[in-house]
Write a protein that binds this ligand. Structure first.
Ligand SMILES: [Mg+2]
Length: 273
């Protein structure tokens, strides 16, 4: 195992933050990464927050970040569609704001299920979901040969009172009716890690994936061929990690301890090359 890591791929909820607060030692960890000339990129499946929202959220907690410090499942889905479905008409089941973002990025989006040119369906978290949209997607998947993608497989997203259905739950509802399941883009699929490596100009062995969930964060790192570190500040326990068929390379109580091992002092790294 190579401990000389220059790029930290960080989950946010349960890894850097809990609710609306930083996990103790997280700010010091982020500072140590940067002061030692290393880099971090946040990888988030949470599509209810845009990059702009995250920058404001972290600023209120005293952490300055830039747009290039984030890769969200929404960003990764748009990028994937630009690479693979640039010429296609895409039916979108998502919020109006995500639809705007897709159009601004040049994707050929429609929300008219009767459009004969549709060759791809994309589903995302949607707090404006209607039965009309569900019916459109079911009809397209049942009666046409269309590609079927979705941003992230998470079943629920946490809110103040508990949980709401996330993209994975919407897709499960559609699967019950059509027996089709989508190709997901967010964690644990490797696309977000691959985009991050490319953006930072790093090789897989120079990166460390850090997160609190085994079946999204750790699996994602393993699928992308990067070393993984589980932090016990969120969902998974040490016992679950040790019993896992694909255990992480490292386990730390939190990013505070991880930082002491991987960013012990100021060094002269200048990111990756
Ligand atoms: Mg998490």
């Amino acid at each position: 195992m190579n401990r000389d890591k220059r790029l930290f791929l960080l989950d946010i909820d349960g890894t850097i933050c809990r609710g609306n607060a930083l996990i103790p030692g997280a700010k010091e960890f982020l500072d140590a990464v940067q002061q030692s000339g290393r880099r971090y990129i946040f990888l988030s499946n949470n599509v209810t927050r845009s990059t702009r929202d995250y920058i404001r959220f972290f600023r209120d907690l005293g952490v300055e970040t830039r747009p290039e410090d984030y890769i969200t499942a929404a960003y990764a889905a748009i990028r994937y569609l630009k690479e693979h479905f640039a010429q296609s008409r895409i039916y979108l089941l998502a919020t109006d704001s995500f639809g705007r973002e897709c159009r601004e990025n040049g994707l050929n989006i429609t929300t008219d299920g009767s459009d004969p040119k549709i060759s791809c369906v994309l589903v995302a978290y949607d707090n404006q979901l209607t039965y009309r949209k569900i019916q459109d997607v079911c009809q397209l998947l049942t009666t046409r040969r269309v590609a079927y993608l979705a941003t992230n497989p998470d079943l629920v997203c946490p809110v103040e009172f508990g949980y709401l259905p996330d993209c994975g739950a919407i897709c499960n509802m559609i699967q019950t009716a059509t027996r089709r399941s989508p190709q997901y883009i967010g964690k644990p699929e490797p696309a977000m890690v691959e985009y991050a490596l490319k953006r930072a100009g790093c090789r897989a062995e120079q990166a460390l994936m850090v997160g609190d969930r085994l079946y999204t964060d750790i699996l994602c790192g393993q699928r992308a061929g990067v070393d993984t570190a589980l932090v016990l500040s969120g969902e998974a326990t040490r016992a679950e990690a040790e019993a896992s068929a694909l255990p992480p390379e490292y386990i730390f109580p939190s990013v505070a301890e991880l930082g002491r091992v991987f960013c012990p002092g100021r060094t002269a790294y200048r990111h990756c090359s």
